[in-house]
Ligand binder design. Structure first.
Ligand code: PHE
Ligand code: ZN
Length: 880
């Protein structure tokens, strides 16, 4: 792409559509090379923008990669002078404010490797239309504020017995030439991005759900025959989600049927098409033998997420794509609360905060930094980001914290009632929250428009004579590209105070409660607590009540104290994190100044206490004992020195492993499960701690430990334990041993695509084993498919995003490798290429040598030829 072709779209330029589409009648005659698409649209001038006696504006229809066959209006072929085909669509002049438009186009699903529009996955037809994929199916006003009632007829050879689309099946039969024909009707008006079609030779499992008003809904999950045994967990998750949304949000399902389809080739996790969700296989299919606990939990949350979109996204949708967080931030918040209710609340929160701190903070400090509601974009696909999703969810969570649960529910009820069937904005969401409660969120709105992670500095004083304790909190948000001069935000900070004996203090200001939400609204503000008998220890930002970096100068002893006594489990974990980070920073300094690295004594002591605390939830223990990842350490600020981070982290890991070996062994044995696998929170917690112990035991390097891992691997009781044992053997065994185990694993599982993905990821992400040479071999492996994003993510992203050690090898070869992969992938799948380039975008943060190497790799991409709009946007903004 040349600079001149890159067009930026601005929120401030939004205009309501000139025409509305009341009804969309589609028909598909499926063929891999030449699918015929006929679309009949009932079109009408938008009364909201029409003027009296006006000249009608031309009708604009988006279209991409389409072969136009014919255009007719009110049943008559339109002469060529009435329409113009342009790059990106079709413009036609109209002579009446209301008419029926019929357009015929031809498309080639077989040639579609972008996985947007209509494409083939293992011979099965499927669609992906969000955000702007519908325009690859037919010419259409492909924007979310055009909502239409859809009827869809699919005609396909008899070898495609399952033909699905949105809504209810209203007709089916056979054509004269023996093909199958099915018609679907979706009574709910929807934007084109929620359209879906699936055709294939699929099996399904079926269940049903009775809604709160007593309606019976048929639930179906479709997949290829070989995967039919992997559907149970998703089905259970779906029923739990449907019940939860009724109970917590009062939202009932609205069609008589809800379908989920699993496909192997998919750019994202899953898609909430009305009544017909389409899922990446990896996010829906699971069995204990083949899927890890992490996969089970991911499936539960994604099934819920897509289901929840039926209200937050589909019934009430986005006016334009700048409002993406309206549906995504809200829905991520909803699915996170669902998972918290179904499992351990603290663990779920820890996982989400870790993702935010590791990756969203990095995004917000990099060249692609943007507000939760962006002001501009070149390619909307690039804005399905951690900022829009995860930070967006944090923003909704803060509203929940500020208003409280009952008021929040009143707000969401008003939002759904007011805007049902409409395409609205983030502003409408906040306004509903205010109006339902007489609340004032004026300053709070800045969270939607201001990018960057705020930094809070906290200092405290204690006045013994007055019995007063004060916190002074200052906030400041760093500049981000295109945004200078940040304003103070409204930040809710949940705080508790601990007495000297570790007991929680009653806070007079909070009507005797043990914790209080402080509302920071100024650049600097003082909060005083009265009636405090002795100097307390503050527990700040409990539950991570705001997406900020909080600095307070805790001593190691204070952190250990919080780890043992804080009543907030999240903050107990967070104290442990701070202790780890402090130790790792000291080690990095020692490494850089050429000193011998010293035992991280405080950290070892803290970990020992955690392991000795029999009352602590094992899941929390496992989380506390996990050292922050290299990426997370890199996020702590200052210049990133990859070698120092790796040296410090490896040293700390080995020191902990050696010092606490006995404890790890005792705990390992105590946690062995002698019962069938079940993905319950308790069992998952035990397995996670057991496998953490195993990892440390193997890190300490004894032959006994490796024998334990070998035993666990060979027993193969479930994929969680098998994969954990294999990971430890690969990391700490000899190379020959590791080869042997990997071979054996592959032999056993080569028929199962998902396990093969695990197998790829284990190698590409291994600090020891995942060298560039090995990754190159994996790419040449017969099971690798460059056209399958899951495989690309397992191997290439596994190396570039989850293998800090090998990716940052000093010769810079990892960077050049990634650049070459990105250049090649851009020709096939621009969305994936643009995501994969992320590790190269942060070159400015590294030491001079790495920085220059990463910059050169980016430059290589930039001059490699014509780039897709997706990749061009990321690369050009990163080079600025
Ligand atoms: N809207 C999907 C989700 O829930 C994500 C998605 C976006 C999927 C674009 C495909 C394409 O979150
Ligand atoms: Zn979503």
């Amino acid at each position: 792409m040349k600079d001149s072709q890159a067009r930026t779209i601005y929120l401030k330029d939004y205009q309501a559509p000139d025409y509305l589409v009341d009804h969309t009648d589609l028909s598909f005659e499926l063929d891999p090379h030449a699918t015929l698409v006929k679309s009949k649209l009932k079109i009408r001038r938008n009364p909201a923008v029409a003027q009296a006696n006006e000249t009608l504006p031309p009708l604009w229809l988006d279209g991409a990669d389409l072969e136009l066959l014919s255009v007719s209006i009110n049943g008559e072929l339109l002469p060529a002078h009435r329409y113009q085909q342009r790059a990106g669509g079709l413009s036609l002049s109209t002579d009446a404010p209301e008419f029926e438009l019929e357009v015929h186009t031809r498309i080639a699903p077989e040639a579609n490797t972008s996985l947007e529009g209509l494409y083939l996955s293992n011979g099965m037809y499927c669609t992906q239309c969000e955000a702007e994929g519908f325009r690859k199916i037919t010419f259409y006003p492909d924007r979310p504020d055009v909502m239409s009632v859809f009827t869809t007829t699919i005609v396909a050879p008899a070898s495609y017995p399952v033909l699905l689309s949105n809504g209810n099946k209203v007709d089916s039969g056979t054509t004269e030439d023996g093909r199958l024909r099915v018609t679907w009707e979706d009574p709910f008006a929807k934007p084109s991005y929620l359209f879906a079609l699936v055709a294939g030779d699929l099996q399904h499992v079926e269940d049903s759900f009775t809604t709160c008003s007593g309606r019976e809904v048929k639930l179906q999950l479709f997949t290829e025959a070989r995967n039919i045994g992997k559907c149970a967990h998703a089905m259970t998750s779906l029923k739990h989600s449907m019940r939860w949304d009724e109970e917590v949000y009062g939202r009932e399902y609205d069609l008589d049927i809800f379908m989920i389809v699993a496909v192997d080739h998919f750019n994202m996790g899953a898609m909430e098409n009305k009544g017909l969700n389409i899922f990446n296989s990896a996010c829906v299919l699971a069995s204990p033998e083949t899927a890890t606990d992490a996969a089970f939990q991911r499936i539960e949350s994604i099934v819920a997420h897509e289901y929840f979109h039926n209200w937050s996204g589909n019934r009430v949708t986005c006016r334009d794509w700048f409002q993406l967080s309206l549906k995504e931030g809200f829905t991520v918040f909803r699915d996170a609360e669902f998972s918290a209710d179904m499992n351990s609340r603290a663990v779920k929160r820890i996982e989400d905060v870790t993702l935010l701190r590791t990756s969203q903070f990095a995004e917000d400090a990099g060249p692609m930094s943007h507000p939760v509601r962006p002001d501009s974009y070149m390619e909307i696909s690039n804005f399905y980001t951690l900022t829009v999703y995860e930070k967006g969810a944090e923003v909704v969570r803060m509203i929940h914290t500020i208003l409280g649960p009952e008021a929040f529910r009143r707000g969401s009820d008003l939002y759904f009632e007011r805007h049902d069937g409409c395409a609205v904005t983030c502003e409408d969401f906040v306004a509903a929250m205010e109006d339902a409660n007489g609340a004032d969120l004026k300053q709070f709105r800045r969270w939607y428009s201001q990018a960057g992670t705020p930094v809070l500095d906290v200092e405290d004083t204690y006045n013994e004579a007055l019995g007063e304790y004060s916190l002074t909190i200052r906030q400041q948000t760093p500049e981000t590209p295109g945004q200078k001069g940040k304003l103070p935000l409204h930040i809710p900070i949940t705080v508790g105070l601990l007495a000297e004996d570790g007991s929680p203090l009653r806070l007079d200001d909070a009507a005797g409660q043990m914790e209080v939400v402080l509302h920071l609204t100024e650049a600097s503000q003082n909060f005083t607590f009265a009636g405090i008998a002795s100097r307390p220890l503050p527990s700040l930002l409990r539950g991570f009540s705001a997406p900020v970096k909080l600095r307070y100068d805790y001593s190691s002893a204070q952190l250990q104290f919080l780890m043992q006594h804080d009543t907030d489990p999240f903050n107990r974990w967070d104290a442990c994190q701070r202790l780890s980070i402090n130790s790792l920073q000291t080690l990095q300094q020692q490494y850089r100044s050429g000193e011998a690295l010293q035992q991280p004594a405080a950290l070892i002591e803290g970990y020992a206490a955690v392991l000795d605390d029999a009352a602590l939830d094992p899941a929390l223990v496992a989380k506390m004992l996990a050292l922050p990842s290299a990426q997370e350490i890199a996020e702590q600020g200052g210049e990133i020195d990859a070698a120092a981070i790796i040296a410090a982290r490896t040293f700390a890991r080995d020191a902990i492993a050696t010092a606490l070996a006995e404890r790890f062994l005792t705990r390992y044995h105590a946690l062995e499960q002698h019962k069938p696998y079940s993905p319950t929170a308790e069992d998952i917690a035990e397995r996670s701690l057991k496998n953490t112990c195993l990892f440390y035991l193997c890190a300490a390097g004894s032959a006994d430990a490796l024998a334990l891992a070998k035993g666990q691997f060979e027993r193969g009781e479930n994929m969680t334990d098998t994969a954990a044992a294999l990971a430890a053997l690969v990391e700490f065994g000899t190379e020959t041993q590791a080869e042997g185990f990997l071979q054996a694993f592959y032999q056993q599982w080569q028929q199962d695509t998902q396990v093969v993905e695990t197998w790829f990821g284990l190698q590409s992400g291994s600090a020891k084993f995942g060298t560039l040479e090995r990754v190159q071999k994996l790419i040449a492996h017969p099971a690798f498919e460059v056209k399958n994003p899951n495989k690309v993510r397992a191997v290439i992203a596994g190396f570039a995003m989850r293998n800090f050690t090998q990716f940052h090898r000093a010769d810079g070869s990892g960077y050049t490798f990634l650049a070459d992969q990105v250049i090649a992938l851009d020709k096939l799948n621009p969305q994936i290429a643009a995501r994969l380039v992320t590790p190269l975008t942060r070159w400015k943060k590294y030491r001079a040598q790495e920085s220059a190497q990463i910059h050169a790799a980016l430059q290589k991409i930039s001059v490699s030829g014509e780039l897709s709009r997706d990749l061009y946007e990321v690369v050009s903004k990163s080079l600025e």
